[in-house]
Design a binder for this molecule. Structure first.
Ligand code: P6P
Length: 335
């Protein structure tokens, strides 16, 4: 352990060289880390502590909540609301802005998170994760929705924790992407994947094929060409993955390349896609771009989007640069 860099040490050393950094940000990140360690422990214990199964309630999205959806949301809120680093929070599980209780000081950051992404996997013991995004906020005033609805390009930090065979944290503050493995023996995240980069080429796509009849023509064309393999225009065979956990898909892409798609779905034109912009697409786009990848709706860069709502849904196509740019080209050719 002598030469292992902890997440805390890494953050402090990375922040040390940055102008106008007061250390508050470092403390905020440590609070997020503490919350994710607690979530990791509960996810790992599962039904030993009775946290699996449905909560018999619905979230703001109209989705049936798992017990862990609610528990992990409470862990994130209670780990962050007292710290004095935040002016407010937003969560997939809560309709509006989560205010900082009046008895606590307010800070200069906003935290947005999906406390347990992929929770439909939790009861079948498959990978789930926590996704978070940090924005700066005007100091002093109570944050408004306008303070939250900022472009993804304004994020100061984005990260996720993958609760898989290992608990992994992936983090960017705009200076590349780094991966940390939780050493359960000492309760510290250790830098194990420095400077993660996504290969520009790939032969692996991730999409839920059961929705094929609802895709727009550019996505139909792209997947059809992949399935034609060496006999088709791509002149190579492709592999497919679908884990139903965006965090796990993005982590795989960070380690070996690939393209992940949850595209526009013709079933319900009022819903641009399934994934949420503010606390899924934007943080993942920040991470993917910092690792040399591309993240698009098919027609525009995710990080350039002007948000219209806290739980706004968007189509997401992300991963290996050359592959995402090919499918964006198909969209632009179709207009
Ligand atoms: P489907 C999980 O619910 C999630 O938001 C993403 O993590 C995942 O990629 C996607 O939805 C899975 O959706 O329709 O395949 O269950």
């Amino acid at each position: 352990m002598t030469n292992h860099v902890t997440l805390t040490q890494f953050i402090i050393e990375q922040q040390r060289g940055l102008p106008g950094v007061s250390g508050t940000f470092t403390l905020l990140l440590n609070d997020v880390v503490t919350a994710c360690k607690k979530i990791s422990h509960l996810v790992n214990r599962g039904n030993l502590v009775g946290v699996l199964g449905s909560a018999e309630s619905e979230n703001v999205q109209g989705e049936v909540q798992k017990k862990l959806d609610i528990i992990t949301n409470d862990i994130m809120v209670e780990a962050l609301n007292w710290t004095g680093h935040l002016a407010g929070m937003a969560s997939e599980e809560i309709d509006g802005i989560i205010p900082i209780p009046s008895q606590y000081p307010k800070g200069k950051y906003l935290a947005l998170f999906d406390p347990l992404d992929g929770s439909s996997n939790i009861d079948v013991n498959l990978a789930v994760g926590t996704i978070f995004s940090i924005l700066r906020c005007r100091e002093g005033a109570e944050p408004t929705m306008e303070d939250f609805l900022r472009k993804g390009s304004e994020q100061v930090c984005a990260g996720f924790v993958l609760y898989g065979p290992s608990t992994m944290m992936v983090l960017t503050t705009g200076h590349g992407v780094n991966g940390f493995t939780l050493d359960q023996d000492i309760g510290e995240f250790i830098l194990t994947h420095p400077a993660m980069t996504i290969p520009a080429e790939t032969s692996e796509f991730a999409i839920n094929m059961s929705n094929q009849r609802f895709w727009e023509p550019p996505v139909q064309r792209y997947i059809e060409e992949c399935l034609q393999g060496t006999e088709g225009v791509r002149e190579k065979d492709f592999n497919m993955r679908w884990i139903a956990s965006m965090v796990a898909e993005v982590y795989r892409i960070l380690t070996r390349g690939g393209i992940f798609m949850y595209p526009y779905d013709l079933r319900d034109p009022s819903r641009a896609g399934k994934l949420r912009l503010m606390y899924e697409a934007n943080p993942m786009a920040f991470i993917v771009e910092q690792a040399g990848g591309v993240c698009s709706t098919g027609r525009e860069r995710i990080l350039d989007m002007n948000p219209t709502g806290l739980h706004q849904r968007v189509p997401v196509i992300l991963g290996s640069k050359n592959e995402v740019e090919r499918i964006v080209g198909y969209h632009l050719a179709k207009g």
